[in-house]
Structure formats: C-alpha cells, structure tokens
Write a protein that binds this ligand. Structure first.
Ligand SMILES: NC(=O)c1ccc[n+]([C@@H]2O[C@H](COP(=O)([O-])OP(=O)(O)OC[C@H]3O[C@@H](n4cnc5c(N)ncnc54)[C@H](O)[C@@H]3O)[C@@H](O)[C@H]2O)c1
Length: 258
C-alpha cells in the first residue's frame, strides 16, 4: 500500500465488476477511503470485505445511478461513514448497441440514463462536498466511442459524446473553486461487458482474435491499465489537468488504415 490517494474519500460507481472493480482496488492500494456503489449490492459488498481485510476504510452501497433518490441516499451514506467526499469516479455504464432505426423503443432512454444522466446525478450529489472542501476531482469513464463511430453501436456513442460534454462543462464551471473534471476514453478493455459482447458473435473466439489483430499492441487492455490512469487523475499529481480526456486504447484511434 502507498499513499498517492491518502486523505481522499472517493465515491466510485459500477465497482462490482470490470474497470470499476480495478479502480476500487487501485484506489485502496493508494490509501484512499472508498464508497463502492453499484446496482449489484452483493458484488460491491464482497469487494468491500476484501479491501477492508487489506486495511481500507470502505463502505459498499447498493445504488442505481439512473435513480436520483437512490444516488442521493448512497452519497449521504458515504458522507456519514467516511466524511465529506473529495472525489467522484463515474464509471458505471453499459453497452447499448443497435442500428438506429430498428432500435427498440426503450433502448434510447436506457442508454442515455445509464451512460450519461447517471453521471450527472452523481456529480450533482457529490459536487457540493467538493466545493465546500475547497476543491476535488471528478473522473468520468467515457469511451473511444466518444470520438469515433462504429456502425450498429447506436446510441452508446451519443451518450459518451455527451459525457465528454459534461466533463468539459463542469470542468470549466467549477475550475476557479479548485474542482477538476476529467475523462478517460478506454478502447477495448477485457471486462465482463466486453466478454458478453464477444458472445453475441457466432464465433466469439474468432471475433476477439479479429479485433486484437487490429490493435497496435496486438492485445486488448486490462482493467488495471485504466485504473492506474484514474488514480493519476484523482490524485494531486494532476493539478493542472482539467476538462480533458485521456485515451487508453493502445494507439488504435490514431492508427491509419489504407
Ligand atoms: N470494457 C471496455 O472495453 C470499455 C471500453 C470503453 C468504455 N468502457 C466504459 O467503462 C465503464 C465500465 O465498463 P466495464 O467494461 O467495466 O463494464 P462491466 O459491465 O464489466 O461493469 C459495469 C459495472 O457497472 C454496474 N452498473 C451498470 N449499470 C448500473 C447502474 N444503473 N447503476 C449502478 N451500477 C451500474 C454493473 O453492475 C457492473 O458492476 C463503462 O462506463 C463503460 O462504458 C468500457
């Protein structure tokens, strides 16, 4: 355990699995106190037990980020247990991939509420603590879908473009009060969500191998590689990085195809 996040009290969404789980683990290793929020209450409780055994001051809460009262109750419990929050990591999200005109009626609302509005619910609940504290950090987990479009993945990129807009707008709005708001745009990261995506193909192993062959390092990223960047942006090592987005895709988004 080291202390890059010592004294930070961090609210992390979607911490029961994948990237959020790795972020929680990395933040605990760096000495932060944590509130792990996920609609999978059992999953975050198990992770909290593991991290508490390693000496982390940690609370798990069952919370659906699409439901504002649920978010406010979770943030209030976090504040009571840990003290005023210093940091928010908006990680919870889900893939909603369709061809636009044949998209089921409810898919648009579901995607926008999980992948965009949820981050706003959490931000508006946590920001008063950051402002009262004299500053703090928000890290939003966006996606390379925030900058480029893959056909058939609608409306996920609409929401992720919006999340970059939220990052920039809040970053500028509260910069003078010491709040930094940044995003991370991961490419393909090996998590349960991506594993589920491969299962939508007739030959999941071939689909995965095909994608990996297109990635400059020849492999997908791992959750810890995103987590270490979240630690950096949440820490005091990034005091002048604001309203920005760091891409973690092994270089895929700048690779030229002829
Ligand atoms: N894995 C990738 O390749 C990849 C790439 C780019 C961006 N992302 C983004 O990273 C984030 C994490 O993705 P992941 O791959 O780890 O996903 P995942 O499905 O493996 O884990 C997501 C977690 O979020 C939780 N969650 C989902 N909806 C929720 C809600 N409404 N309220 C509370 N919790 C909720 C789930 O229960 C789960 O624990 C997402 O925002 C995703 O869009 C992932």
């Amino acid at each position: 355990m080291s202390d890059r996040l010592s004294g930070k009290r961090i609210f992390i969404t979607g911490a029961a699995a994948g990237i959020g789980y790795a972020i929680a683990d990395a933040c605990a290793q760096e000495g932060a106190s944590l509130c792990l929020a996920d609609r999978d209450g059992e999953g975050v409780s198990q992770l909290a037990e593991t991290l508490a055994d390693k000496g982390c001051h940690v609370l798990a809460v069952s919370c659906d980020i699409t439901d504002r009262p649920s978010v406010e109750a979770a943030v209030s419990r976090a504040r009571d247990a840990l003290g005023p929050l210093t940091t928010l990591i908006n990680n919870a999200g889900m893939n909603v991939f369709h061809e636009p005109l044949s998209m089921p009626e409810e898919a648009w609302q579901r995607c926008l509420s999980v992948d965009l509005e949820g981050a706003w619910h959490c931000s508006r609940a946590v920001l008063p603590d950051l402002l009262h504290h004299g500053g703090g950090a928000i890290v939003n987990i966006a996606s390379t879908h925030a900058f480029s479009i893959i056909r058939g993945c609608f409306p996920y990129p609409v929401a992720k473009h919006g999340l970059i807009g939220l990052t920039r707008a809040l970053g500028i709005e509260y910069a003078a009060q010491g709040v930094r708001v940044n995003a991370i745009a991961p490419g393909y990261i090996a998590t349960p969500a991506v594993e589920a995506h491969w299962q939508t193909f007739a030959d999941p192993a071939a689909a995965r191998a095909n994608i990996e062959s297109l990635l400059p390092p020849g492999r997908m990223g791992c959750p810890r590689e995103v987590a270490m960047t979240a630690v950096f942006l949440a820490s005091d090592e990034a005091p002048f990085i604001n309203a920005s987005c760091l891409t973690i895709d092994g270089g895929r988004s700048v690779l030229y195809h002829d």
